[in-house]
Design a protein around this ligand. Structure first.
Ligand code: SF4
Ligand code: MG
Length: 333
């Protein structure tokens, strides 16, 4: 039930508006220990806000986040600091996220200082060398500055920094999006290797469904602030049960012409509505080619459909959800 709503302020003191931007709007999602969960959706659907809310970099306005049994939303400063050691973040833009005035060694060792790990210069230097090797960089580059590196190398530095506190959980937010296509696969493979080698739990956020299919064990699809489908990567990637996922999938080019012809194509009409004006009932209904009578009136709940472990929020699988006016849940009909 996680929510991150932002009040919309517009105009001066005399023109107070009461709008609300529903960036994350009732997300129900489990991320399982040791898995890579791919989170996909178009830009502006709330993926980054969700990733940030999990680490409490953005305060949730409703619902809860539980990390390894602990309610993240109620942590005190000390608890939050320890949680941030155990849960790291790899950002989209390695150019913007690294301080240009700090050497690689300074950047990577900062979390060690913050968390009081490896006291003593020598021990820290040894740990920095270890981390650089782990991400495929020569430890000899420790004294260099970000501008001396390529985009891919900078992202490796960002990953080394994120791993410094020995986290269990890593949020990678569009971690390959700003890299050259030729470098994207290398960084993707690096993340996959690290996930296995270190037993990490990974939330891999991306607008790129083919990248997500390559790395994820399970895939969650987000639309207008809500998870609308989730399940094993094979199932969601090849037999999606929610029309929006089908549309995302049909936008991915298929190399084989025979496959291309046999595919169900869904071309979306219109634009994504504003998160300040989420449609009633099914939020996808204004663009859905299958929208029917219950769709404006009942907000569909995630329900098991398709493969084992696959859930989709769509009335085509039986009308289950919350009627718009009463707020009372309805059973399948
Ligand atoms: Fe389309 Fe209705 Fe299913 Fe929403 S609930 S995806 S509008 S058919
Ligand atoms: Mg984003």
């Amino acid at each position: 039930g996680l929510e991150v709503h932002f009040p919309i302020r517009s105009g001066g003191a005399l023109r107070r508006t009461s709008g609300v931007l529903r960036a994350v709007d009732g997300v129900d999602l489990d991320i399982l220990r040791g898995e890579t969960l791919g989170l996909v959706g178009e830009s502006g659907c709330g993926k980054s806000t969700l990733g940030n809310a999990l680490l409490r970099l953005v305060p949730p306005t409703g619902g809860t986040v539980t990390f390894d049994g602990t309610d993240v939303t109620s942590l005190d400063r000390r608890g939050l600091k320890e949680m941030r050691r155990r849960a790291g973040m790899v950002f989209q833009d390695p150019f913007a996220s690294l301080d240009p005035r700090r050497t690689v060694a300074q950047t990577v060792s900062e979390p060690l200082e913050v968390h009081g790990l490896r006291s003593g210069g020598r021990e820290r230097a040894a740990r920095v060398a270890e981390l650089l090797e782990l991400v495929g960089l020569d430890p000899a580059v420790a004294g260099r500055y970000p501008h001396e590196f390529s985009g891919g190398q900078r992202q490796r530095v960002g990953i080394a920094r994120a791993l410094a506190g020995e986290p269990d959980f890593l949020v990678c937010d569009e971690a390959i999006a700003s890299l050259d296509v030729s470098v994207q696969a290398q960084v993707l493979n690096l993340l996959r290797r690290l996930q296995r080698q270190l037993g990490l739990t990974l939330l891999f956020i991306s607008h790129d469904l083919s990248a997500v299919r390559h790395i994820a064990d399970r895939i969650a699809v987000m639309y207008l602030g809500r998870v609308v489908e989730v399940g094993p990567a094979d199932a969601v990637g090849s037999d999606p049960q929610m029309p929006y996922t089908q549309a995302l999938l049909s936008a991915v080019p298929v190399p084989h012409p025979e496959l291309e012809r046999s595919r169900k194509r869904i071309v979306l009409r219109g634009d994504v509505p504003s998160p300040a004006a989420v449609p009633s009932g099914c939020r996808f209904r204004t663009r859905c080619p299958y929208a029917f009578e219950p769709c404006p009136d009942v907000d569909p709940a995630l329900q098991p459909v398709g493969a084992p472990g696959q859930l989709a929020a769509c009335h085509l699988h039986g009308v289950v959800g919350r009627p718009v006016d009463s707020g009372e849940p309805v059973a399948a009909r």
